[in-house]
Design a protein around this ligand. Structure first.
Ligand code: RP5
Length: 178
């Protein structure tokens, strides 16, 4: 299993393309959920970076990350957090980039706390809130791809092919019955 790179705003290797999507999460414990987003971005050939950025434990790093994101070439931020999930909203308050919030399934309240923390934003600071858990993370990756595809015809074709392949897989399940 790969892991998010912690506390560094630099992109991966010098030769790799500049990341367009920032995938951030409140804790390393969120990675199991959030890697569903990075897997989709990888599949669709979208350069991304993944970082642990905590609204509560590393507030200054969170501010620095959010404020510098646009200037570093990021175009969409995916932010996952659980429990008192303030990361997506706080990041959205510090940038004009679209922020996609993923409620991580918490142990005590099954992620309902995370969902409500992320979805109930005050008017003026938008966060697009996805489903709780891995399905939400996967859809955040796909939604980021759709946002970027607006300006990228090749990505639009890769997305279309991805959708068709998903449909084919589901249709292939019909051979199970008689
Ligand atoms: C949140 O607290 C994180 O997003 C995580 O989902 C939750 C628990 O964090 P750990 O105690 O596992 O580090 O900030």
């Amino acid at each position: 299993m790969t892991s998010p790179t912690e506390n560094s705003a630099s992109s991966k290797a010098p030769s790799s393309p500049a990341p367009r999507v920032g995938v951030i999460m409140g804790s390393r414990s969120d990675w199991e959920t959030m890697q569903a987003a990075t897997e989709i971005l990888q599949e669709l050939g979208i350069p991304f970076e993944s970082r642990v950025v905590s609204a509560h434990r590393t507030p200054q790093w969170m501010m620095d990350y959010a404020v510098s994101a646009e200037g570093r070439g990021l175009r969409v931020l995916i932010a996952g957090a659980g429990g008192a999930a303030h990361l997506p909203g706080m990041v959205a308050a510090c940038t004009i980039l679209p922020v996609l919030g993923v409620p991580v399934q918490s142990k005590s309240l099954n992620g309902l706390d995370s969902l409500l923390s992320i979805v109930q934003m005050p008017g003026g600071i938008p966060v697009a809130t996805l489903a709780i858990g891995a399905a939400g993370a996967k859809n955040a990756g796909l939604l980021a791809a759709r946002i970027l595809a607006g300006e990228d015809a090749e990505l639009r074709e890769r997305l279309r092919a991805w959708m068709e392949s998903q449909t084919d897989q589901v249709m292939a399940d019909n051979v199970l019955g008689t």
